[in-house]
Design a protein around this ligand. Structure first.
Ligand code: SF4
Length: 449
C-alpha cells in the first residue's frame, strides 16, 4: 500500500459533527429509555479560553467576562433541570463525568463550584464514578485544584504540547514552558489518581530530538498517561491563514521515535495517541480491558458537546469561528425548551456497525470477534471485507480480538477514514463546501474529507 499522507482525520467519534443536519419533531423524552439505569457518560462543555491556539478548531470563544460565563451557566442550569425531569423516571446514572472545553478551569472557583453543584444535584453520578477534567497551565492554581479534589475528580488532563518556547509560540499557545512545569508540580502535590498530559508533534521547526526532549521533561513529573497528537490544521484553524503546512513525513518519523521512546520508558500503547504507564502497584498491566464503547451512550451539558442516545446523536450546529461560536452560545442561552432536539443525526443499522468497528478497532484490545457476532449476528469480515486485505498487508491481526498491529496503529488516521460510509463522507464534504466560502479558510484540507 503506497500512502501519500497518513494524516487524513482523527476518528475520535463517528460520524463527524459536520455530517449532522437539522431535525424536526424530535423530543428527547421519546428516547430517554435508551439511557435507563447505570453506566452512561456525562459531559459538560466549557467553551471558554484565554487565547485561541493556532491549530484549534474546537467550539471555544475567547475574551469572555465573568458575567458572560455566569449567563452560560444560567443556560446550563436550565438545561440540566429539564434533563433531570426527562431522565429521573428511568433511573439514569452516570459512571463517567467529563468536563472539557475550552478550558474549564478558566471558571472562577465560585463558578466551578456552581457547575459541580447544578450537575450533582440534578443528575445522578453513580458510586465509584470517574470524574475527569481538562485544564491548561495558566489556569491551574492550587485553590482550584483543591476544589477539584474535594469534588472527587479522578483524572486531570493538561494540554502542554511542548516544553520549548519556540514551539509554543508557533502553536500560539497562551502559556510558557515554565508555567507548565509549575502546574504539573501542583498536580503532583494535590495528588490525583490519574494525571494525563498532551503533546503535539509535526510542529513546524520541531525536530525528533526536540519532541523527545519535551517527553523526557514530562516524565520527570511521572504522568500516568501521555497523549501524542499529530498537528492537524483543519477548517477554521488560525495557522492555515498564516500559510502553515504541517510536514507529515517528519511527523511520521517523530511518531515512530516517540512511540518507541515511551514504550521503552514503561508505557503501554492503547491507540495511536494514547500511552498509559503500564506499571501498576509493582505489576505490569499488559492490556487495556475490553469495554463495549462502540454502543456508548453519553449526555452533553452546555453548548457544543455531543450527546449519544442510542442511534440518535445530537449537538448544536458545528461552529468554529469566534463569530459562529458566539452565535451558537447566544442561541443556547436564549433556549427555553431543551427537550426539543433540532440538530443531529439518526444512525442507520449500517452506520451503527461502522461506529462500533471504528471505535473498537482504533483502540486496543480491538474488536472482540465473538462479541461482534453476538451483537450483530454477522462476522466483521463479512461486513467489512477490507479488513481481510488489511490482514494480508500486516495492518491488523486476529486472535480473540481483531486489532491493529503496530504498523496499522501508526496509520490509524489513514485507515479509520476508510471506514467512513459514502453517505457520511458526502455530507461532510457538503459542509466543507458551504462553509469554506463563509469562513474564508483556504488550503491544508485533507484528501478525502
Ligand atoms: S486548543 Fe484547547 S486551549 Fe487552545 S483554543 Fe482550542 S479549546 Fe482552547
Amino acid at each position: 500500500m503506497e500512502i501519500k499522507n497518513p494524516y487524513i482525520q482523527y476518528m475520535y467519534s463517528y460520524p463527524h459533527k459536520t455530517a449532522y443536519g437539522p431535525l424536526e419533531g424530535v423530543f428527547l423524552k421519546d428516547y430517554a429509555d435508551r439511557m435507563a439505569g447505570k453506566g452512561h457518560g456525562l459531559y459538560f462543555h466549557v467553551p471558554f479560553c484565554q487565547g485561541k491556539c493556532g491549530y484549534c478548531n474546537l467550539f471555544s470563544v475567547i475574551h469572555q467576562t465573568e458575567e458572560a460565563i455566569d449567563q452560560y451557566l444560567d443556560g446550563a442550569e436550565r438545561q440540566i433541570c429539564q434533563y433531570r425531569a426527562i431522565f429521573e423516571p428511568y433511573g439514569t446514572e452516570f459512571s463517567e463525568f467529563t468536563i472539557g472545553g475550552g478550558t474549564p478551569l478558566i471558571l472562577t472557583e465560585r463558578q466551578l463550584e456552581r457547575m459541580f453543584r447544578i450537575t450533582g444535584e440534578n443528575l445522578k453520578l453513580q458510586e465509584g464514578r470517574e470524574i475527569g477534567i481538562e485544564t491548561a497551565p495558566n489556569q491551574t492554581d492550587k485553590q482550584k485544584l483543591m476544589l477539584l479534589k474535594e469534588q472527587g475528580v479522578t483524572r486531570v488532563s493538561m494540554g502542554i504540547q511542548s516544553f520549548l518556547e519556540e514551539e509554543l509560540k508557533v502553536l500560539r499557545r497562551s502559556h510558557r514552558a515554565e508555567q507548565a512545569r509549575k502546574a504539573l508540580e501542583l498536580l503532583r502535590v494535590v495528588d490525583f489518581p490519574c494525571i494525563n498530559v498532551d503533546f503535539i508533534y509535526g510542529i513546524p521547526g520541531q525536530t525528533v530530538d526536540s519532541l523527545l526532549y519535551s517527553l523526557q521533561e514530562a516524565l520527570v513529573f511521572e504522568p500516568d498517561e501521555i497523549f501524542l497528537y499529530p498537528l492537524y490544521l483543519k477548517h477554521g484553524a488560525g495557522l492555515i491563514q498564516a500559510g502553515v503546512v504541517p510536514d507529515w513525513r517528519l511527523a511520521s518519523k517523530q511518531y515512530q521515535e516517540a512511540a518507541a521512546f515511551l514504550k521503552a520508558a514503561g508505557f503501554r500503547q492503547d491507540s495511536m495517541r494514547r500511552f498509559v504507564q503500564a506499571w501498576k502497584n509493582g505489576k505490569k498491566d499488559r492490556q487495556r480491558e475490553f469495554s463495549e464503547c462502540g454502543f456508548g451512550t453519553s449526555l452533553a451539558l452546555g453548548c457544543g458537546g455531543r450527546s449519544y442516545v442510542g442511534n440518535l446523536h445530537f449537538c448544536t450546529p458545528y461552529a468554529i469561528t469566534q463569530k459562529s461560536c458566539l452565535e451558537q452560545l447566544k442561541r443556547f442561552e436564549d433556549t427555553l425548551d431543551f427537550s426539543k432536539i433540532t440538530h443531529g443525526i439518526f444512525l442507520s443499522d449500517e452506520e451503527v456497525k461502522r461506529r462500533y468497528v471504528i471505535r473498537h478497532l482504533l483502540i486496543r484490545p480491538g474488536i472482540c470477534l465473538k462479541q461482534y457476532e453476538e451483537d450483530f449476528g454477522t462476522s466483521v469480515y463479512q461486513d467489512f471485507p477490507v479488513l481481510e486485505k488489511w490482514g494480508q498487508e500486516g495492518l491488523v491481526q486476529a486472535e480473540e480480538f481483531l486489532a491493529l498491529t503496530d504498523k496499522g496503529m501508526g496509520l490509524s488516521d489513514y485507515l479509520g477514514p476508510m471506514l467512513v460510509s459514502d453517505q457520511v463522507c458526502e455530507k461532510m464534504k457538503e459542509w466543507e463546501r458551504v462553509h469554506e466560502s463563509v469562513d474564508r479558510v483556504v488550503p491544508g484540507k485533507s484528501e478525502k474529507l
